[in-house]
Design a protein around this ligand. Structure first.
Ligand code: ADP
Ligand code: ZN
Length: 530
């Protein structure tokens, strides 16, 4: 009972009401939609749940031709197609998993102008015949979903995305809209450059999710802490628990069930019917908790998820924000909870080192991990940190995160930080050589050695000025400065160097406050293992 192309040329508000059943656009949706309908390009940065899909779906309906949507997630693609077909939109997908007959049928429908929306995996574009196929039909627009995948510095780089810039040359008159929920300012710039969106209008929504409360705890007994959190604060409510491995997912789901929580496991290694069953129960029943790897949640649209918990450290702030963003889409108060320990850090660093990525990939993964650690160890309002990470400047503490609600005990580490930074700068400048953290600490503590004498470190003005603090405390300071982004470890050897952000500290304009527990942890843990 699908009607052919009845929406072409219609007012987007009518389409919103009649096809999608909503009374009003949200945020910048209408501006974005009008920009694309008018033939202009758009770059859209909007948080998860913000309503990105209709920003390309409505223009696909209103403009003549088929909207081509490039989306990296095949599973998500099928959900979207099914949802669109349900409301009478002529949608289809082309991907490698389909049978030849199905593919042929979709291709023919496209050529015949029988499709409003066609989803393609980006790698399809480089498959033989795809460009020719597209040229045989009429294209309403290109939508590039998850556009951050084009960024090599991003947390989710996909080489196929690099080819998407060529669309601009092949089809210069077709409007293009790039969308993402996870763009830092650098990624935003890369999206614009690499997708040739220099003439686009940019729509950057606030990333703030005021109803979400952020909380990050240090890990003692993760499972017990999690059970406490779920039973104590969210009994009988729907939630998602993320873990990094399949084994952890299963163990955690079992532990929650033993504790009387209605928990189901979800990961890519489970049979399809088990996954579907878990997903269906989560969506249809009340109070089901899904324990999952990050594969879960993409495209799942459940408004009343009351909490999102992480029992393992997420690999990036982008991932953390996207996952926590699945809580509270209905706008009601919702909790996020993360437990992390030094073991997480050690384990993830090892995973990066032993991974199959090249040097650049490892460097990027390390940068993302460090940002995540900076969030965890930070002493400022979590929301201020998160929004700043995504390029939104905000200074007022939010009053709805753990730091605001129960401020951590702090240690004023300004003086040792200045000493350490000065030492790093002096060894950089005066000797034109590089030193490991341990050597800087030796300088500060005035530890004499043959090497120190030989390198004339004892002539440095910071020699021996930091004997007041233990080696462990100094290590804590180094870790904190790294986590806080005042120091960075550069290059293959991890050479320490101060960042721009260190300047106000060196000038005495800004204090460095550390969590007291960081210092304690450093002194009990010492070097190496957590
Ligand atoms: P995103 O892709 O940005 O994560 P979606 O496009 O999946 O978000 O939209 C999130 C939810 O908001 C969906 O349930 C969608 O139907 C709903 N939605 C989008 N736009 C509107 C609107 N204008 N009014 C009401 N609900 C909307
Ligand atoms: Zn806060």
């Amino acid at each position: 009972d699908q009607v052919a192309g009845p929406q072409v040329g219609r007012d987007p508000r009518e389409v919103l009401a009649e096809v999608f059943g909503y009374d009003a656009f949200r945020g910048e949706q209408e501006d974005i939609i009008r920009q694309v309908i008018g033939g202009g390009d758009a770059v859209v940065l909007m948080p998860t749940g913000g309503g990105k899909s209709i920003c390309y779906q409505i223009p696909s309906l209103v403009r003549e031709g088929t909207g081509i949507v490039l989306s990296p997630l095949v599973a998500l693609m099928h959900d979207q197609v099914a949802a669109l077909q349900l409301v009478g939109v002529r949608a289809a997908a082309l991907n490698a998993a389909m049978s030849i007959e199905d593919r042929r049928a979709v291709e023919q429908a496209y050529r015949d102008g029988q499709l409003d929306v066609l989803y393609l995996a980006p790698e399809r574009l480089s498959a033989p015949g795809t460009v020719e196929l597209l040229a045989q039909g009429r294209i309403a627009l290109f939508a590039i979903d998850e556009a951050h995948c084009v960024s090599q510095w991003g947390h989710d780089f996909r080489p196929d995305y690099l080819r998407l810039g060529a669309l601009a040359e092949r089809w210069p008159d077709v409007p293009r809209i790039a969308l993402t929920a996870t763009a830092t300012p650098e990624t935003h710039r890369e999206i614009t450059e690499r997708l040739h969106l220099q003439r686009a209008r940019h729509f950057v929504s606030s990333f703030d999710r005021p109803n979400i409360r952020y909380r990050i705890e240090s890990k003692q007994n993760a499972r017990a802490q999690l059970i406490n959190f779920v039973r104590g604060e969210h009994a009988g409510e729907a939630g998602i628990v993320y873990a990094l491995s399949r084994k952890r997912v299963e163990q955690t789901a079992a532990a929650l069930r033993d504790a009387g929580v209605d928990a189901v496991a979800y990961h890519a290694g489970l049979p399809a019917h088990v996954r579907l069953d878990a997903q269906t129960r989560f969506l249809r029943e009340d109070g089901v908790v899904v324990v999952a790897t990050i594969a879960f949640g993409m495209g799942i649209d459940k408004p009343d998820v009351r909490f999102v918990a992480h029992i393992d450290l997420p690999k990036s702030v982008e991932g953390y924000y996207q996952e926590t963003g699945r809580a509270g889409r209905d706008g009601l108060p919702s909790d996020t909870w993360l437990a992390y320990g030094l073991q997480d850090v050690v384990q993830q660093r090892q995973m990066i080192e032993s991974g199959d990525g090249d040097q650049a990939t490892r460097a990027s993964q390390t940068r993302h991990l460090n940002a995540m650690l900076a969030l965890c160890e930070g002493v400022q309002c979590r929301r201020v940190f998160l929004l700043r990470y995504f390029g939104e400047e905000r200074t007022e503490p939010c009053g709805n995160c753990d730091v605001c609600l129960t401020p951590p005990k702090l240690w004023d580490a300004t003086i040792p930080s200045q000493m350490l930074l000065s030492t790093v700068i002096r060894t950089q400048k005066e000797r034109n050589r590089t030193y490991a953290a341990g050597q800087h600490i030796d300088v500060l503590r005035g530890v004499t050695s043959e090497r120190a004498t030989q390198m004339r470190l004892d002539e440095l003005s910071t020699w021996g000025i930091g004997t007041e603090w233990s080696v462990a405390q100094w290590r804590g300071v180094v870790r904190h400065l790294l986590a806080a982004g005042l120091l960075e470890a550069q290059g293959e050897w991890g050479v320490l160097a101060p960042t721009e952000a260190a300047k106000p500290v060196l000038r005495g304009e800004e204090a460095v406050m550390m969590r007291e527990e960081v210092v304690t942890r450093a002194s009990s843990g010492g070097r190496g293992r957590a």
